[in-house]
Design a protein around this ligand. Structure first.
Ligand SMILES: [Zn+2]
Length: 374
């Protein structure tokens, strides 16, 4: 996936390019594609992740699996003219939030913000969380400098909010990303935008104000609070955490479950030693849903904390067996199956992570959870 992403910008920056988007669901299955004029919805970019040229088309693959959990689920309808990727694909096409999310995935924040304001927050404020994220990114974009760093990296920050220069910020970000690539045996490739959020967003009602990762169409986007720059060790750790998400997403082509995403992100951030034990040990499904508890409530934030701790334990456990490189091989094992093997997995309902674990560690999902529990 990464191999085509470093093509030079001139090819793609014309604005008349037709973009053909392929969407995959959380199991990596392609469920649809859509054609768009580049720039019609998004900003013009010098580079795109996972992109290759096909005639006049710029073909981009989108996973969009790592998205807001609070999005309401309604019966699955695949619309023809309007569409929404990944989890948002199960939103009814009549919802105006379809268009909001399309603009958001293009990182066209001004349009997304305008549409979101007129669309409203939905029944029971279902869209509040994503609204706040769009607002945070939009407020930042209004005052920021966006800099293409010449390869796979783009940086966005507000000059007045930090004493550090652009090259200094570039150095800190790269040091975190390089550590992830070296530790887990990965090559940089898919375009990544690292945005330092406007300090105004450092408020309790902003979800993800401590940092988050989003799989957007043109690039993977990492948002971090600007004040983290005051502590370079912490900042680099946070970069490692979020960049590990980018690696896990791209190496597994969107098949990595949330608990494993966080397991790798936690060990990437903190190292594998002395993870805190969770107060409740959850099975794989409940662990994934625990990350989606309401982080702003007392009960919810304890549940989410617990989920991070359990993922951390699982990551450390795997590292004890085959080291850091084992985790890298585990991610690669999601996508190296033959057609026959994939077919068998579908028929037997085997999860991709179960197959990948057996391939690299010799035991599957349930055994991992039982053994790591101790
Ligand atoms: Zn994370």
């Amino acid at each position: 996936m990464a191999q085509n992403a470093s093509q030079s910008g001139e090819d793609f920056a014309s604005g008349s390019t037709q973009v053909l988007l392929h969407f995959r669901d959380v199991f990596g299955r392609q469920w649809g594609s859509a054609r768009r004029a580049e720039g019609a919805f998004g900003i013009l970019l010098p580079k795109y992740k996972n992109a290759s040229k096909s005639g006049e088309d710029l073909v981009m693959s989108c996973n969009n699996t790592f998205v807001s959990a609070e999005f309401p689920r309604v019966p699955r309808v695949w619309p023809g003219a309007v569409f929404s990727p990944g989890r948002f694909g199960i939103v009814h096409p009549s919802l105006p939030w379809h268009e909001v999310m399309e603009a958001y995935y293009w990182d066209n924040l001004k349009v997304a913000m305008g549409l979101a304001e007129s669309a409203g927050l939905g029944v029971n404020l279902a869209f509040l969380s994503i609204y706040r994220m769009i607002e945070a990114e939009h407020l930042t974009r209004e005052e920021s400098v966006l800099s293409d760093r010449g390869d796979w990296l783009l940086l966005e920050y507000i000059a007045d909010t930090t004493d550090l220069s652009l090259p200094q910020i570039d150095g800190l970000v790269r040091s975190g990303c390089d550590q992830v690539a070296e530790t887990y045996g990965w090559s940089h490739g898919p375009a990544v935008l690292v945005t330092l959020l406007h300090p105004i967003n450092n408020a309790p009602y902003v979800p993800g104000r401590h940092g988050f990762f989003i799989d957007k169409y043109p690039f993977d986007k990492i948002c971090l609070p600007t004040d983290l720059l005051g502590d370079s060790e912490k900042f680099i750790g946070a970069v490692r955490h979020e960049y590990a998400h980018a690696m896990a997403l791209n190496r597994t082509q969107g098949k990595c479950p949330l608990w494993l995403h966080e397991a790798i992100a936690m060990v990437a951030e903190h190292g594998s030693l002395n993870p805190r034990r969770p107060s409740v040990w959850r099975d794989p499904n409940s662990l994934d849903s625990a990350f989606r508890a309401d982080r702003e409530s007392d009960v919810g934030s304890r549940v989410v904390n617990d989920a991070y701790n359990q993922s951390f334990c699982l990551g450390s456990f795997l590292i004890q067996i085959h080291g850091n490189s084992g985790l890298g091989r585990l991610l690669d094992a999601f996508t190296d199956n033959s057609f026959g093997q994939e077919l068998l997995m579908r028929v037997t309902n085997q999860r991709p992570e179960d197959e990948a674990l057996k391939q690299v560690y010799g035991f599957g999902l349930n055994e991992l959870f039982a053994r790591a529990r101790g």
